[in-house]
Design a protein around this ligand. Structure first.
Ligand SMILES: Nc1ncnc2c1ncn2[C@@H]1O[C@H](COP(=O)(O)OP(=O)(O)O)[C@@H](O)[C@H]1O
Ligand SMILES: O=C(O)[C@@H](CO)OP(=O)(O)O
Length: 449
């Protein structure tokens, strides 16, 4: 039985989580950053200011896993007489047929010929845009693989081979994309360069923690501060310098030796008419959750907006932090975090990093006698945690009792990375279904001391 106090904490946690997810919902996020009076089209910039344009034509290029939802919003807002073209490139899983939009499917995470053709079309649109027209670029994660447009001396097959090696090497997304930018005509500011001197504005949904704009989909519209030498040293550090196709290595070496132009850097003329707005990210979702808990009457503390580390260790640290904090608080307390933990798999159970963190939190809270009624939610904003249909877990101060009453041993199951079955038994799985967005994970701890 869940008591009424815990019941209302659980309802609040769920509502706040959903508000965090909604803050990153691609369709809504794009709509929040556009305006029209029926005749003109304008943008709402990051600082909240409104800017109506005098663009006679708007060319819309959307790519990434959220391209369909983003382009749908743009199509609904931009007056038809201004819309020159509307193209969306996404991966097979995320294709949604839309009226009036040229929709192209391509492969992710390894590029394919379809992506190459889509990239050619996008490049042609950018090049054809005239001065004083607007190229509106809607960017979401996955864009790097979906729009492969290798430099002329590197074939698509060679680029696929290089991507494959990098994916398998454990390279970070920033490292991967440093190399991809230096093999591409579109990435690392390439799209802005092609569109110049037309105006370029990008609405960017970040799937990269820390929101390095030039890493998201390899930053096609923003300056790239990395170099050919950086790309080569990344390949060397991963022992790939002699495994990548010879054409790829030669291109990077020619670049390093100054025989090929660098990717455009900040201050470069090609960015004179280029701007962007970050419209969704883990940090923005964390912020939305923080506001929601305050609106619900909680005293709110931000624990971390870049949570990283082993899920179970982070759970214990959070328990200890909460215990220390409660001592000095008499009022309802919300402790908020966002980020992406990891799980080192040791067992053969089923689960995900959020479910593992929730289970570990419940065990650790009991071990450290976390007082009062509390609820802890850890969920993936994409609604899918690991290879399960749950988004994560939501545990409370009665969770361990429910598990024991059901005859299971939570500690043993955690050791087997079996968080899914364990939380299912205590009715603590967080089930939202796929959400259509992906800005990493959110953690919400609500406490009535
Ligand atoms: N039994 C398990 N328990 C906890 N985590 C797991 C388990 N099985 C897989 N995982 C984790 O799930 C992660 C993949 O989850 P997923 O939600 O698909 O990731 P992403 O959101 O990064 O695409 C892997 O990094 C792996 O560590
Ligand atoms: O497109 C990309 O470069 C990255 C980051 O935005 O996403 P993914 O990990 O899906 O390749």
């Amino acid at each position: 039985m869940i008591n009424t106090a815990i019941g209302s904490l659980r309802r609040h946690a769920l509502v706040c989580f959903k508000i965090g997810v909604e803050a990153a919902e691609p369709y809504l996020a794009v709509k929040r950053h556009m305006l029209t009076d029926g005749n003109r089209f304008g943008l709402i910039l990051a600082d909240g200011s409104q800017r109506y344009g005098t663009w006679p034509k708007v060319h819309v290029i959307a790519f990434g896993k959220a391209a369909c939802a983003m382009v749908k919003a743009a199509r609904e807002v931009i007056p038809v007489h201004l819309l020159a073209c509307c193209i969306a490139v996404t991966n097979d899983d995320n294709v949604i047929a839309l009226d009036g939009i040229e929709l192209l499917a391509a492969s992710h995470p390894l590029p394919d010929e379809r992506g190459f053709k889509a990239a050619q079309i996008c490049a042609e649109i950018a090049e054809a845009a005239q001065k004083d027209e607007l190229v509106l670029v809607l960017i979401s994660g996955g864009g790097s693989a979906l729009l492969p447009y290798p430099v002329k001396t590197v074939s698509l097959q060679d680029k696929i081979a290089a991507t494959d090696l990098l994916l398998a090497s454990g390279a970070s997304i920033n490292q991967m994309n440093c190399v991809r930018k230096h093999l591409s005509q579109l990435k690392g500011g390439g799209l802005a360069k092609l569109a110049y001197p037309a105006d370029v504005h990008a609405l960017i949904l970040s799937d990269v923690l820390g929101d390095d704009i030039s890493a998201i989909a390899s930053g096609p519209t923003v300056p790239d501060e990395t170099t050919y030498a950086d790309a080569l040293s990344i390949l060397e550090s991963k022992n790939l310098a002699d495994k990548i196709p010879a054409n790829v290595k030669r291109h990077l070496e020619h670049g390093r030796d100054g025989q090929i132009a660098e990717t455009p850097k900040s201050g470069d003329e090609v960015f004179a008419h280029a701007s962007h707005t970050l419209i969704g990210s883990n940090a923005l979702s964390v912020h939305a959750v923080m506001q929601a808990t305050q609106a619900n009457g909680y005293f709110m503390l931000l624990y971390s907006d870049h949570l990283r580390g082993e899920a179970r260790d982070e759970a214990e640290k959070l328990v200890l932090f909460a215990k220390k904090t409660i001592c000095s608080m008499g009022e309802p307390l919300a402790i908020i975090a966002g980020g992406e933990t990891t799980v080192t798999l040791k067992g053969n159970g089923k689960g995900g990093r959020n479910q593992e963190m929730a289970l570990a939190f419940a065990i650790s809270a009991q071990h450290h006698n976390l007082p009062g009624n509390w609820v802890f939610l850890s969920g993936g904003t994409d609604g899918r945690d690991g290879p399960t249909e749950a988004a994560g877990g939501m545990v409370d101060s009665g969770t361990i009792q429910r598990m024991i009453a059901a005859g299971i041993n939570p500690g043993e199951l955690l050791d087997n990375n079996d968080s899914y079955v364990t939380l299912k038994t205590s009715h603590d799985l967080l089930m939202t279904g796929a959400t259509g967005t992906n800005v990493a994970d959110l953690q919400i701890l609500l406490i009535l001391p």
